[in-house]
Design a protein around this ligand. Structure first.
Ligand code: BGC
Length: 817
């Protein structure tokens, strides 16, 4: 491993690995490299190897079952974690996740996601940390160190340039070597260097003509050769396409199973002389090394024999959430900043998301928390009785959502004769059974239908709409009447359409609040074509009666008028932000912009809380008193929001990504043309691109206010270190994220005008000063020289600036390097 010597324990583990490897024949070795199932590698009892279990990641540990029956702590989403600018907090998050993984028998967490925010339209933006590679690497390093300190492996993903979702399986991203090195590879490199990850996941996409599961240059030469990565390389799920290409391109494990390009096909490729047996041995060695590290190979001492001290997941989820909230605006009204709320003032809480917040992003990042504290719950608990009112105001959902609140459902499995062969509780309306994860007693060859059946107790009277998400034959019955009995098809040619497609409305019926009705959705199971794994996925969808939007807004305005402060929650939905597709605009869905404008006109003390994982446009932002970005805040989000609004804690976040309008955003092309997506912007993404374009975003990178003020008093810098003294000049204790930016004194159009070189946080009581020291990495003065194929240190004069955001630099000092 580059930069570190093996410990005696490493050496002993390697000996155990070699001993085990030496006893395996070719067929067994090839079998070990192929998923046995959706999440598991095969056990090899003959060498004392237990099955290796993997699970998503990154905000919790879902486990091998996709069900609310098997809950996991849900931490805030990755954009939120990055907004804390606190690698130590990310490390603590990792320790908790290791604890969750151990509880569920999981050995490897399929996380963290360290692709970059190249464009705000990227569908998995919420699941990545930042537009900046340094910040991404720092947070990712903390996270990986934390998980692995609990004895659980990680797979840093998705290597590399999986920065958007459109045609993600096939897109050929054309990226210059310089942009790869300076941007997209940089977080992976930093994490390998700082945290020694035990795994990496190679992406679906192609880079410069070679698909990432076969990328000999980037995997074997760069990742392993140059950086000294000694972990295992697993394909993204179904990303491995070619036995010989993948094996020779450095892919160790093809997931999921049981049908993969490895196993028998790999053994045959060796016999045919297309893959060297030594290549298979090297892959097996890495898998056995992983097994030894996590403690499932007999005779090898795990890296962590004693798990770390238990972590309180709920408390940590709440702490991370409040530390992640970014207060981007906090104006004074009548001489008082509108936040924190004045004690005993009345509050009108408005917005559908205030009652049903979106606490996590969609797709493989989904976990099922045991409880969710909504903003309404959190504020009800925190504010004095009688001071809080609630109004819906506007509903961001423009489509049906998976059945949830008010539904009590179970799944009943039947064979072709209609005999019940198994049941499972289904707390929500979503069935997602993968691989061998089926209810007890049920097997794929006996299963004919799955019926979701139970009751629905409406919260509101009026016309309720029911629908179906999924492909194939369905029968939908509500309150005894059959509304649909047909086959649902898609015109899209995407194997994942059943996961990510929109629910289709199929029934509407008048219901009365509080009066339960029977509901049933039966699906005739047919395993999907084009997916080499067994997946049964469909959902019962629902939407409550839609009230007249103008009436809803009028009600909210009335509530706002009668309160001292109006707190409006605006949100995106899972049809707007999710894995599987990119966004087409950055607007808030539904009538939410109209709602905010109307409420702001009625109450000067209007606070808007934004519940989204990625940037959205806030066209009314200058018309409201305060704007708080609340991300997807995890299961304790509502409690954390109350902490911050009441002032029990200050909001601690700083923007990990520039927020601006789509019209101004510099990089917006995420759709390939003829299969290719050229990264024509080169090294200019995020703030690098905003600065180059000379445009002013709504809120710059690094921006975020606390509840106190800071004066930057002194900066001393040389080529390796910046030392900053600052003083808390406000009225309460606080925490400041001191950011250090480096810019070449002579502008160079080929280089970013400025980049984040480091950061540190300071805490001080009112009137007190604090000093922080920030190490300046050599990389801040280097560029990738494409001709020399090497890093080049650019000597000369630079400005070192310290400040509160990229746009709010308080002190600067010239240096020569
Ligand atoms: C995602 C990965 C995930 C995997 C397993 C893929 O579709 O891209 O991030 O780990 O599924 O759920």
């Amino acid at each position: 491993m580059a930069g570190s010597r093996p410990t005696p324990a490493d050496t002993a583990r390697e000996a155990a690995v070699e001993a085990a490897l030496g006893t395996l024949d070719l067929d067994t070795k090839a079998r070990l490299l192929a998923g046995h199932d959706m999440w598991i590698l095969p056990a090899l009892p003959e060498i004392g190897l237990k099955p290796l279990v993997m699970s998503d990641g990154p905000i919790g540990v879902r486990g091998v079952r996709w069900t609310a029956d098997d809950p996991s702590v849900a931490l805030p989403s990755p954009t939120a974690l990055a907004a804390t600018w606190d690698p130590e907090l990310a490390r603590r998050a990792g320790v908790l996740l290791a604890q969750e993984a151990r509880r569920k028998g999981v050995h490897v967490l399929l996380a963290p996601t360290v692709n970059l925010h190249r464009s705000p339209l990227g569908g998995r933006h919420f699941e990545c940390y930042s537009e900046d590679p340094y910040l991404t690497g720092a947070i990712g390093s903390g996270y990986v160190s934390g998980v692995q300190s609990g004895g659980v492996g990680t797979t840093v993903k998705h290597f590399v340039a999986n920065d958007a979702e459109t045609d993600r399986f096939t897109v050929n991203n054309l990226v210059s070597e310089r942009a790869l090195r300076e941007l997209y590879l940089a977080p992976f490199e930093a994490i390998v260097e700082n945290a020694r990850p035990w795994g990496i996941m190679t992406a679906y996409n192609t880079v410069n003509g070679t698909t990432m599961t076969e990328h000999h240059h980037l995997v074997n030469e760069v990742l392993r050769g140059e950086w000294g990565f000694d972990g295992f390389n697993v394909s993204d799920w179904m990303a491995a396409r070619d036995t010989v290409g993948a094996a020779n391109g450095g892919l160790d494990v093809a997931m999921p199973g049981p049908r993969t390009v490895y196993g028998e096909a790999l053994a045959q490729a060796v016999r045919d002389g297309e893959v060297a047996e030594a290549t298979v041995d090297a892959a097996v060695r890495r898998v056995l090394r992983l097994a030894a590290r996590v403690g499932i190979l007999d005779g090898a001492e795990p890296v962590v024999a004693e798990p770390p001290a238990p972590v309180d997941g709920e408390a940590l989820a709440r702490e991370i959430a409040r530390r992640s909230f970014v207060l981007v605006r906090n104006e004074s009204v009548n001489g008082h900043a509108v936040l924190p709320l004045r004690p005993n003032g009345t509050v009108a809480l408005i917005g559908a998301a205030a009652r049903d917040a979106r606490v996590l992003g969609g797709g493989s990042a989904t976990v099922f928390p045991a409880r969710v504290v909504s903003p309404l719950d959190g504020l009800t608990a925190a504010l004095p009785e009688g001071t809080l009112t609630y109004a819906v105001g506007a509903d961001p959902a423009t489509e049906l959502a998976v059945a949830d609140r008010g539904f009590t459902l179970k799944a009943v499995c039947r064979d072709a004769h209609g005999t019940v062969i198994g049941t499972r509780s289904a707390p929500g309306g979503l069935i997602q059974w993968m691989g061998s994860d089926l209810p007890d007693g049920v097997a794929h060859h006996t299963l004919h239908t799955v019926e979701l059946t139970g009751t629905f107790t409406p919260r509101e009277s009026g016309p309720h709409t029911f629908g179906i998400k999924g492909m194939g034959a369905f029968t939908l019955t509500v309150d005894g009447a059959t509304y649909y009995d047909d086959v649902q098809r898609s015109d899209k040619d995407d194997p994942f359409e059943a996961f990510f497609g929109a629910p289709v409305p199929r029934a509407q019926t008048e219901l009365t609040a509080g009066e339960p009705v029977d509901v049933s959705l039966t699906h005739v199971v047919r395993l999907p074509e084009g997916i080499p794994m067994k997946v049964i996925t469909f959902a019962l969808a629902h939407s409550a009666p839609r009230r007249d939007p103008d009436e809803l807004i009028a009600e909210a305005v009335e509530a706002a008028r009668n309160a001292d402060t109006a707190v409006v929650m605006v949100a995106t939905t899972d049809r707007v932000e999710s894995e599987g597709f990119d966004r087409t605009d950055l607007r808030l869905p539904g009538r939410q912009d109209d709602l905010v404008r109307a409420v702001a006109a009625a109450n000067r003390n209007t606070v808007v809380v934004v519940n989204s994982g990625s940037p959205v446009e806030l066209p009314w932002r200058e018309d409201v008193a305060a704007v708080l970005l609340g991300w997807f805040p995890g299961q304790e989000g509502g409690a954390a929001l109350a902490d911050v609004l009441t002032g029990a804690h200050e909001p601690g976040g700083r923007l990990p990504t520039t927020w601006g309008s789509l019209a101004d955003a510099p990089v917006t092309k995420v759709t390939p043309t003829d299969g290719e997506l050229p990264y024509t912007e080169g090294v200019f993404i995020g703030y690098r691109a905003w600065e180059k374009a000379g445009r002013t975003p709504a809120y710059p990178f690094g921006h975020g206010l606390g509840y106190t003020d800071w004066t930057y008093e002194a900066l001393q810098a040389d080529g390796t270190t910046a030392r900053i003294r600052l003083r808390n000049t406000g009225a309460r204790p606080g925490r400041e994220v001191v950011q250090v930016y480096v810019s070449p004194a002579e502008p160079d159009p080929e280089r970013p005008a400025r980049l984040l070189a480091g950061f540190a946080s300071a805490e001080a009581a009112p009137g007190e000063s604090a000093e922080v020291t920030v190490a300046l990495p050599r990389r801040a003065f280097e560029i990738w020289d494409e001709k020399a194929k090497a890093w080049a240190f650019v000597k000369g004069s630079y400005e070192i600036a310290a400040g509160r955001s990229i746009a709010d630099r308080r002190l600067s000092a010239p240096i020569n390097v």
